[in-house]
Design a protein around this ligand. Structure first.
Ligand code: AMP
Ligand code: MG
Length: 304
């Protein structure tokens, strides 16, 4: 998934802890082998190569993520779109050269993007593309899904508490480590990696952060976020960091990407309309919070 994963468990027995952690990593690796778009042997890569020619049957986990993705496309009116693949690939290729792609190349790739052209058949669990050249990219949702599944393993293995973090998508439950009453996580400064701007307290909840500081490219000396607005084909840069707190990690992951594209006004509207979901946005160093985000914040660093 192109990032780092971290698993923490709380349990009285060290051997059980190691076994559980191994199981959680095995689940994460398995899901990566299905959903990675960089691995040419993944199921997703197979779909990308064949789903225009014929319907492709996929694993239940992949189908579940695809169904959820279309749901987030509808909810966000297309701001979230896993058919963004051709545009992401274009920016990725150009990233190494440091030169922006031509307007014509961007326009051609944009033509291939559109979640309405992704056809899912729930009875057969098949995927089909209505347009040739379409490419799926699950980079905005698969990490969250994997966090949820790994955490489910730990729950089934009866850990008293656990936390799974894949590249800033994290979820925890139960007992916190070292006698703490609650799990705590620090939100990084979008501009300075080592600074924590906020400390959140979280129990049985998920948090995800999308921000232009984690992965960005320098193109023509200007920084570009890795999140693309499907309607303009340009990178979404208005918000420097979007943190979503939600019941599941998949929800937090997908929504953090969607809100980055929607920006603060429409983004907050969407967040405030979904029960149990809160957001903390940072725009030019200023915090913008959803209605009840406050209840998760236990400390704000003084220089903010
Ligand atoms: P995240 O870090 O969760 O915000 O996901 C960002 C990744 O999602 C990018 O690296 C792309 O692979 C992919 N992506 C970019 N723009 C979008 C979009 N508008 N909708 C869905 N996925 C996207
Ligand atoms: Mg995301």
């Amino acid at each position: 998934m192109g990032t780092v994963a971290r698993v923490v468990v709380v349990t009285p027995d060290e051997e059980n802890a190691h076994h559980a952690i191994e199981q959680a990593f095995a689940t994460i690796k398995h899901l990566e082998s299905l959903m990675s778009d960089r691995d040419p042997n993944s199921q997703l890569s197979y779909v990308n190569q064949h789903a225009f020619a014929e319907p492709v049957r996929v694993d239940d986990a992949v189908f579940e993520v695809l169904i959820a993705s279309l749901e987030y496309s509808r909810l966000s009116e297309g701001a979230f779109d896993i058919t963004i693949g051709p545009l992401v690939q274009l920016w990725r290729t150009e990233q190494s050269s440091g030169i922006a792609p031509s307007a014509a190349a961007v326009a051609r790739a944009k033509e291939l993007v559109g979640w309405q052209n992704l056809i899912l058949d729930p009875s057969q669990k098949t995927v089909r593309f209505a347009q040739e050249g379409m490419k799926l990219d699950l980079g905005a949702i698969a990490k969250g899904y994997a966090v949820d599944k790994a955490l489910e393993d730990l729950w089934q293995l009866e850990m008293s508490g656990a936390m799974v973090d894949i590249g800033g998508n994290l979820r925890c439950y139960g007992k916190a480590p070292r006698g703490s009453r609650h799990w705590r996580i620090g939100l990084q400064d979008p501009r300075k990696d080592e600074n924590t701007v906020l400390t959140l307290t979280m129990d049985d909840v998920a948090v995800a952060t999308s921000g232009d500081y984690r992965r960005f490219a320098l193109v023509d000396g200007k920084s570009f976020s890795h999140i693309i607005n499907p309607s303009t084909a340009q990178s979404a840069q208005a918000l420097s960091s979007v943190t979503i707190i939600a019941p599941t990690a998949m929800q937090a992951d997908a929504l953090s990407t969607a809100i980055t594209v929607l920006e603060e006004q429409k983004g907050l509207q969407l967040v405030n309309a979904i029960k149990g979901v809160e957001s903390i946005l940072i725009k030019e160093g200023v915090f913008i919070m959803s209605k009840n985000a406050d209840k998760y914040i236990i400390r704000r660093s003084h220089n903010n």
